[in-house]
Design a protein around this ligand. Structure first.
Ligand code: ZN
Length: 201
């Protein structure tokens, strides 16, 4: 059991309302077991080059004037995703996935809905994330709750307990990026010096 994250805290990582994640086109049926309290954000520095955001308060340099710019000269929003453990209903296996910010806010809306409210995670029902890569903005992902959800098996619950907590997974990514940032600041790496190339997933 754990708490649903406070998505207002995502602003710390530069979250906007349009963050995309490549789900399979069509229906993706999931049961959300655990969600990280804070998202993992990725700055797009240039083509093929990304950096994991360590948060504004920890000194992430890719904000404000230093935010990476797109071809149009405008600052590019980071991709903000919540690490999550889910049951993939196709296989009934636990998967680590990075849920787009828009999907997590939709789950938050369900949490507040009179008919679908829930207190803690795992969620008490499945959701189908309908992914349409041809749609734009918030229409790209639609979250549909399922009233006919199979229970979470005792095997799933048992294996979830043996796994590293989802917050540890998220913290480890930020700590790794922070350590490499500090390292780069202290030591002159000369021509070997390269920006951090953190990859999610
Ligand atoms: Zn950042």
């Amino acid at each position: 059991m754990s708490q649903f994250p406070d998505t207002a805290r995502a602003s710390e990582y530069g979250a906007g309302s349009r963050d995309y994640f490549k789900f399979e086109k069509g229906d993706n049926r999931l049961r959300v077991l655990a969600l990280a309290q804070d998202p993992v954000a990725t700055h797009f520095i240039s083509k093929g080059e990304r950096a994991v955001c360590i948060g504004v308060s920890r000194g992430c340099k890719y904000h404000g004037e230093n935010a990476p710019k797109g071809d149009d000269g405008k600052p590019k929003k980071p991709s903000v995703k919540y690490p999550a453990y889910v049951v993939d209903r196709k296989t009934n296996d636990i998967r680590l996935v990075y849920l787009p910010y828009s999907v997590v806010t939709a789950l938050g809306d369900l949490k507040k809905d009179a008919d679908w409210s829930f207190e803690e995670l795992p969620m008490p029902y499945d959701v189908t994330v309908k992914y349409d890569p041809d749609a734009s903005g918030t229409d790209m992902y639609k979250v549909v709750p399922s009233p006919k959800s199979a229970p979470i098996t005792s095997e799933i619950r048992a294996s979830l307990e043996t796994m590293k907590s989802i917050d540890e997974v998220a913290d480890a990514q930020r700590d790794k990026a922070a350590a490499e940032t500090e390292h780069a600041g202290e030591i002159d790496l000369g021509d070997e010096s390269e920006p951090y190339h953190g990859q999610l997933g």
